[in-house]
Design a protein around this ligand. Structure first.
Ligand SMILES: NC(=O)c1ccc[n+]([C@@H]2O[C@H](COP(=O)([O-])OP(=O)(O)OC[C@H]3O[C@@H](n4cnc5c(N)ncnc54)[C@H](O)[C@@H]3O)[C@@H](O)[C@H]2O)c1
Length: 324
């Protein structure tokens, strides 16, 4: 199973009222296309399916207890890699719902990236910019991040969700090129985005929060599918997160990991995986896969001041899978 394409160039789409604003006709036509989508398609939508939310009202938010106010992301510019679909898209939506000033999604896929930007803007009411970029492309990533900092004034939160998975590949016949590609995306690509983002956070002097989406596979070996490269890559991401947390703490940058278990993403909803999914469920104390939005609240917590004393942590959300 492999997600993502080899498309190293960067380009962008902006949805929402910001300095270099979009052509509103173009935005409306994208929204119209999404509106006309057959509801039956929504079930198969890799974003699973998008849910409309009520934008946070600032007056009501001010009435929340202090503890809840700390979860709000007002004035924070949020970047989500892999935000075109799946877990990244869902986390981006939650961050927008909690008051983010702007959302930027970076993804290698033009569509659903364009559609995701339009939907996020419609659902959260904040400016949303989509950049098509391959996170392995050091120059492209640096350009995008510096463009974002220039357009929105800062980057306060980065959620590194872009990643690929290869599974059911036996180690003794694993092709080195395939192994390298996976490490290049999951580890080095994630590092490149974190590095470019941290540079802007250090320069601004305001710090920020970086969240890596690792996996329980960074700590356990999945069964029954063989996936040595993926497991190794996620272990590296967890240790990378800890190392960056220690190095960047003096700059006020916090770095934490979310490590999901099996999530019920559209990509896992294929008949070929039915037999394995039964095993995954049986081996999970909660006897189910995670819903696509079940990382959202942890992402908001780690992104926000609610977790201000937390850095270098690896938070497992797996229905208890890694307990057994
Ligand atoms: N789905 C699960 O069960 C599960 C479990 C544990 C961890 N994770 C991790 O969560 C993250 C998101 O997974 P998902 O299920 O939402 O997958 P997904 O394929 O739906 O989303 C991943 C996104 O990353 C993008 N991407 C891939 N390679 C890229 C590249 N080189 N440059 C830029 N963008 C790229 C893809 O285009 C895609 O939009 C991944 O890091 C994955 O390893 C997923």
């Amino acid at each position: 199973m492999s997600y993502g394409e080899d498309l190293p160039t960067a380009s962008s789409t902006l949805v929402g009222p910001v300095a270099t604003g979009p052509d509103s006709e173009a935005v409306l036509s994208v929204l119209k296309v999404r509106e006309n989508t057959d509801p039956a398609d929504a079930v198969n939508d890799p974003r699973n399916p998008p849910r409309k939310s009520v934008p946070l009202n600032k007056t009501l938010a001010a009435m929340l207890p202090t503890a809840l106010q700390k979860f709000l992301l007002y004035d924070k510019v949020v970047v989500v890699t892999g935000g075109a679909r799946g877990l990244g898209f869902n986390m981006a939506q939650a961050l927008g719902e909690c008051g983010a000033k702007a959302i930027v999604i970076m993804d290698v896929l033009q569509e659903p990236g364009d559609g995701a930007a339009a939907e996020l803007h419609e659902m959260c009411g904040v400016p949303v910019q989509f950049y098509k970029v391959d996170i392995r492309d050091e120059k492209g990533v640096a350009e995008v991040i510096s463009n974002v900092a220039e357009t929105f004034g800062s980057i306060d939160v980065l959620v590194n969700s872009a990643g690929i998975a290869d599974s059911n590949l036996k180690a003794e016949t694993y092709e080195p090129e395939k192994f390298r590609r996976l490490i290049d995306i999951n580890v080095i690509g994630s590092f490149l985005v974190a590095q470019a983002t941290a540079r802007t956070m250090i320069k601004s002097g305001n710090g920020g929060s970086i969240v890596f989406v690792a996996s329980m596979s960074g700590r356990i070996v999945n069964y029954p599918q063989e996936q040595s490269a993926y497991n190794a890559s996620k272990a590296a991401v967890i240790q990378l997160g800890k190392s960056l947390a220690a190095e960047w703490a003096p700059y006020g940058i916090r770095v934490n990991c979310i490590s999901p278990g099996y999530m019920d993403t559209a990509l896992n909803r294929v008949p070929a995986l039915d037999a394995q999914k039964k095993i995954w469920r049986d081996l999970t104390p909660q006897k189910r896969l995670g819903r696509v939005d079940e990382l959202n609240n942890l992402a908001v917590f780690l992104a926000s001041d609610a977790s201000s004393f937390m850095t270098g942590a690896d938070c497992i959300i797996d229905g208890g899978y890694s307990l057994w």
